[in-house]
Write a protein that binds this ligand. Structure first.
Ligand code: ADP
Ligand code: MG
Length: 247
């Protein structure tokens, strides 16, 4: 069973002109429980689109998407909300913190627990990121790196099985970057699939696997041992019993 998977997934956006933009081009991707995958690639190559599609924020135009082994390509609004709350933690590149809530309120916001427990756990998460003395500060009173750590704490509040992060160490100095990576390592050890878009060599070093996007084409999205030896897309597809040829 895999935490999150795309099979032959394409995402096209209407381009404004005659040609649509192909943000993801026939992408095969698997992140298993307890795996840390770094996503690299130039600007505009589809990295954020990949995270959005994996995180149920956007849907593939073609292909399939699976979460914990269940096909979640097409979901109702209610199913999507439920699946995101139960399974997905998301760290947005620009944080998406609510300006009128304090740090601890922002972290507790997506919680399914009762508010008392949530506030205690939110405070605990913030302390792990050296923000224990900033619980009651609003985002406007926090630095970029501090806001980023609040966003990361919020992504962990519902104990996700899949953690998706867009440039999670982008605003952090070396030391706080290390504390974030240590936390990712900890949740990974607990079986969370961690997928991080990054330009940071430290993140690539931490990762179990680095996958690369170029113009929507993903290289290395499926671990070598699961892919056929000739380098073509995996032969297995939903509803098919096809086996890879080279075994
Ligand atoms: P990256 O995160 O690697 O910089 P993105 O995933 O944001 O790349 O974008 C990939 C491509 O898809 C780009 O050409 C971008 O302009 C386009 N794109 C992304 N989101 C949209 C959208 N909502 N509507 C139209 N085009 C989009
Ligand atoms: Mg992006």
């Amino acid at each position: 069973m895999y935490s999150v998977e795309l099979r032959d997934a394409t995402k096209r956006y209407p381009g404004g002109g005659a040609e649509p933009v192909v943000a993801l081009d026939a992408v095969d991707f698997v992140a298993e429980p307890g795996e840390f995958v770094a996503v690299v690639g130039p600007s505009g190559s589809g990295k954020s689109t990949l995270l959005n599609v994996l995180g149920l924020l956007d849907d593939p135009t073609d292909g399939r998407r699976l979460l914990n082994g269940t096909d979640v390509t097409e979901l109702s609004v209610a199913e999507r909300t439920e699946a995101r709350k139960d399974s997905i933690g998301f760290v947005f590149q620009d944080f998406h913190l609510l300006p009128t809530l304090t740090a601890v309120e922002n972290v507790a916001l997506p919680t399914a627990f009762d508010p008392g427990d949530a506030t205690a756990y939110a405070a605990d998460l913030l302390s792990r990121f050296e923000l224990g003395d900033r619980l009651d500060h609003e985002p406007s009173e926090l630095s970029g790196g501090q806001k980023q750590r609040v966003a990361i704490a919020r992504s962990l509040i519902n104990e996700p099985t899949v953690l998706l992060a867009d440039e999670p160490t982008g605003n952090l100095d070396t030391e706080t970057g290390e504390s974030i990576l240590a936390e990712f390592e900890r949740v990974k050890e607990e079986g969370v699939a961690v997928i991080a878009v990054t330009h940071d060599p430290r993140v690539e070093e931490y990762a179990d696997r680095v996958v690369e996007l170029t113009d929507g084409v993903l290289v290395g999205g499926v671990p070598d041992e699961m892919a056929p030896a000739d380098g073509s897309s995996p032969a297995r597809t939903v509803g098919s019993v096809t086996e890879p040829e080279n075994r």
